[in-house]
Write a protein that binds this ligand. Structure first.
Ligand code: NAP
Length: 211
């Protein structure tokens, strides 16, 4: 599958590594330009290329967005039209500045991204896993029920299926926390945030938390 990756930091670069190792093609972008990603793509090999943000979005059948949440309005919305978008962004006011609608629990960061991107099929995902664990804890040799979970949420069932399959391709298992507003279960500070859980352990916690 062709995957555009926007953000080449702790999460984006590791996701790119895992996806290329799983046989997918990636085009990766950051804010400073493709030339600053030359070393990374050389290390990732022939399935990876460095591009600009708009080209990464256009390249991907799936576009993985992993930037500081506060920058989301810089993304060129038109380039995401019809794309399945994985939103790994978390809202940290100290880093991102305050967003009154999030501080007042009127909406979620993923709904705000979806609103900005308009025509994209946004799936929240990869939000609760620390990058060092993303790098090391996937294991394709394990049956799904024994693997660490990566959570997803979204309004488009087919898009979620596609993202769940990508999660399985890199050695994890997907657990769905519901529609996009239901992604609130994955936000920093929740009971499943930064926890190494199997699917049945995750379902038990989500159930007891009322999700
Ligand atoms: N770190 C974790 O373990 C972890 C876990 C789960 C979720 N998250 C969330 O995932 C997101 C990324 O985290 P991270 O730790 O990978 O961040 P990071 O290491 O700081 O990397 C951020 C990346 O985003 C790029 N970027 C910033 N603004 C951009 C823009 N307007 N257009 C394109 N690219 C832009 C940066 O490019 P430049 O360097 O060129 O500016 C950089 O490559 C955050 O929202 C974070 O809260 C992080």
């Amino acid at each position: 599958m062709k995957i555009g990756i926007i953000g080449a930091g702790h999460i984006g670069a590791n996701a790119a590594r895992l996806f290329t190792e799983a046989g997918h093609e990636v085009a990766i972008a950051n804010s400073r330009g493709a030339e600053t990603l030359r070393d990374l793509v050389a290390e990732l090999g022939e399935r990876a290329q460095a591009v600009g943000v708009e080209d990464a979005a256009k390249f991907g059948e799936v576009v993985f967005v992993s930037i500081p949440f506060g920058k989301y309005r810089e993304l060129p919305a038109d380039a995401f039209d019809g794309k399945i978008v994985i939103d790994s962004n978390n809202y940290y006011p100290d880093r991102d500045g305050n967003f009154a609608e999030l501080d007042g629990n009127e909406t979620t960061s993923s709904q705000m991204l979806a609103e900005h991107l308009g025509g994209a099929r946004v799936v929240k995902g990869f939000n609760t896993i620390w990058f060092e664990h993303l790098k090391t804890q996937g294991d394709c040799d394990l049956p799904l029920e024994e693997r660490r979970v990566i959570f997803i949420a979204g309004d488009d069932a087919e898009a979620k299926e596609t993202v769940a399959k990508l999660i399985e391709d890199i050695g994890f298992a997907a657990v769905d926390t519901g529609d996009l507003p239901g992604g609130v279960a994955q936000q920093p500070g929740t009971a499943i945030y930064n926890r190494n859980l199997t699917a049945s352990e995750a379902q038990a916690i989500l159930g007891s938390e009322g999700y």
